[in-house]
Design a protein around this ligand. Sequence first.
Ligand code: FRU
Length: 492
Amino acid sequence: MKAGNIMDFRQVKENEEKAVLKNKNVVDSDFWRQKYHIQGIVGLINDPNGFSQFNGEYHMFYQWNPLSTEHKNKTWAHSKSHDLLHWERCETALRPDTWYSKNGVYSGSGIVIDGKLYLFYTGNVKDAEGNRESYQCIAVSEDGEHFDRWEPSIVNQPDGYTRHIRDPKIWEKDGKYYAVLGIQSEKLEGKVVLYSSENIKDWKFEGEIAGANHGKLKDFGFMWECPDYFQLKDEKTGKVVDLLVASPQGLEPQGDLYNNKYQTGYFFGKLDYEKPEFEISSEFVEIDRGHDFYAPQSMEDNKERRIVVGWMGVPEDEDFPTVKNEWIHCLTLPRELKVRDGKLYQEPISEMVSIRGEKMEFEGFIKGEKEIGKGKTYELIAKFNDISSDFGLKLRVGKDSETVVKFDFEDKKLVLDRSCGAQADKSVRKVFLGDRKDLELRIFVDNSSVEIFINNGEEVFSSRIFPSENADKIIVFAENETKVKLEKWEWQ
Ligand code: FRU
């Protein structure tokens, strides 16, 4: 046992329980609480962690500050589910109650080995002078509920880097374990490093595999957080492709790109374990075009699906009106990743249809605006054919609120405008789609978010919205007469 005092550590759980008791009623009374998104019961949540399937259930852990809506006191909250949509809250899995995580149990991942669930995470420590220490640690569970915590496996950083080293994402290959971690070089460049282990406890530094001023990539941010690495089989060509996902910090906006405070994107390439090196073969592509997406984590389930969930928020872009009701943030809906003909697609998981309730349909020609129904939490599929002008949808329309999803015909861009609502940030987000004759939008609207999948997941926008309480109109619009087919299902 090193620094830290047992009594203080007992206090950690008590403080959490007190904060939950104190704030739960005000949180529950908020009409912006989500219906099908993971959210903290009080306080702040951020990154998804330890996403895994264990004993037939999906497990999601997530960064959680139970004590306030600031980025402090990070624990690992824990929820489990049979269908990735109905989540049951479990006991908090990891708390900042060990000497090696006393200032926060930071992000990490999970893996199932021989019937046990292992979590690999970062213990964050600030010493008396405020200096950072970073410990990469394992916790193990036999029942998926209680975790035994092992003393740190990796202490601080390899030579040439700062103590910003965190967020291990683990996988197994040919009986050996590997993990990618986000790290910062002494020159203040964001990087990804690879570690390996024969026994999951002892880890060896293999080397730097990607980053800013590494290989073909020039300046690309001062820190890369939450890396993820996996392979997907191209459904068209049958070729297996490697993807490296990361959340770099410090990219400057470039037109429609990188408009959030921090970004998340992926590279196609090939991981060479020997060198080691992630040989990048594509541009960095932002995974999501919306206002609120960061630090996603993926896992492969027993149906061989690569499912990803992101934090529906971005560090330091967090002026949200729910703070006055003692909570902030949620995770995205789970999505399935696919590669077709060298391009990444993100599709809503097939389970989404299981929460469809009452159905409404509309088919016809639209010129001008038409209210076609109402709803606050629903799924909507809109198909527009023979496009010849601007068109789109207005969602959650009511007093002082509307969220506009528009195809800008001249610019050939899809535009998401959520400026009319209670959020402070009034900026719009856009993505270039090119010439289109037809367009399909599949949209999931929850009490305070929209997730828009364009043409079977070619592009996705995820954004929090804060409409007024009774804003529920759904309006379709088109400048020139446009053929529209809509199907909408209220969520059960
Ligand atoms: C990303 C991040 C991670 C860190 C965690 C702390 O949002 O900053 O790098 O582990 O959040 O909550």
